[in-house]
Write a protein that binds this ligand. Structure first.
Ligand SMILES: *[C@@H]1O[C@H](CO)[C@@H](O)[C@H](O)[C@H]1NC(C)=O
Length: 267
């Protein structure tokens, strides 16, 4: 990454120019400006393989974050993005992914919440990520690895939660088979085929299936929760928000107890 693009360089230069201009302008107004623009960040990535992390990952991204990452691969390449961690304040902090430059027509998906998203493969040689956070409550953020692939490959369609993937090549003509762990049934197509498209690229013929807990069996999915501010030490009087993104326990037999200062609760 270019030194000029680094957040530290930008913050430093901003601070330096701030010092110069402080002499002639209202200091409070400029300090306000400094505080609200220092969070902005944008990166252009040219290497064929790399890692993208939200600022501060995994200790939480700032409020008012406005970050873009433009991944530019060589011609006749496409970009595969695989998420390794994902926790954004649901519905308020959003990661938008654009299949190309960041124009509304290129919007591929808007990601938020606590579920690890499926891999994303661009159609062309450019993929843009745009993170926008609001004024309060952040999450751990996200981490993803990307890789430039030749345009004639489909890219990995993704793993299933509580399931298995058979097949490890993703070129035109390849097939991937999916099955679910005991206690789960597969919804969707068990086999995906990588087909050539009229645009000269490749695409899977069906979307990724998923594994649903089979109600006839005691399918214990468990609970998953994210602490919204893992980096902050708590002081007396602070409250802790525990947000469940998945919850499935056997009725009447299995329970989760959460205890705090106001007595414990059981589900
Ligand atoms: C995000 O940053 C871009 C470029 O710096 C700017 O044009 C845009 O208005 C910002 N958006 C928000 C919501 O702050």
């Amino acid at each position: 990454m270019d030194v000029k693009d680094s957040v530290y360089f930008r913050v430093y230069t901003l601070f330096y120019s701030l010092q110069l201009t402080l002499q002639s302008f209202n200091s409070c107004l400029l300090l306000f400006f400094f505080l609200f623009t220092a969070q902005n960040c944008s990166y252009t990535l040219h290497s064929p393989i790399g890692t993208i992390e939200s600022p501060g990952y995994p200790y939480g991204y700032p409020n008012y974050a406005n970050c873009t990452w433009v991944i530019v691969a060589a011609e006749h390449n496409r970009i595969q993005l695989v998420f390794q961690g994902f926790a954004l304040e649901e519905d308020f902090d959003i990661l938008s992914v654009y299949d190309g430059p960041p124009s509304p027509g290129n919007l591929r998906t808007r990601l938020t919440g606590f579920q690890l998203p499926s891999p994303i493969v661009s159609t062309g040689s450019r993929l843009t990520l745009w993170l926008l956070s609001d004024y309060a409550v952040s999450g751990q953020g996200f981490k993803a690895v990307y890789e430039a692939l030749p345009s004639y490959t489909c890219g990995n369609p993704g793993q299933l939660l509580n399931g298995h993937q058979q097949g490890s090549t993703f070129n035109i003509g390849d097939k991937i088979r999916y099955s679910c762990s005991p206690g789960y049934v597969l919804e969707g197509h068990t086999t995906l085929s990588c087909l050539a498209t009229s645009a000269g690229t490749a695409a899977w013929d069906f979307p990724l299936p998923y594994c649903r807990a089979d109600d006839g069996v005691v399918g214990l999915y468990g609970a998953r929760a994210g602490l919204l501010h893992p980096q902050l030490p708590c002081r007396p009087g602070d409250t802790i928000a525990l947000v469940f993104s998945d919850f499935q326990l056997e009725d009447d037999y299995d329970l989760l107890e959460v205890s705090g200062t106001e007595g414990s609760s059981q589900w």
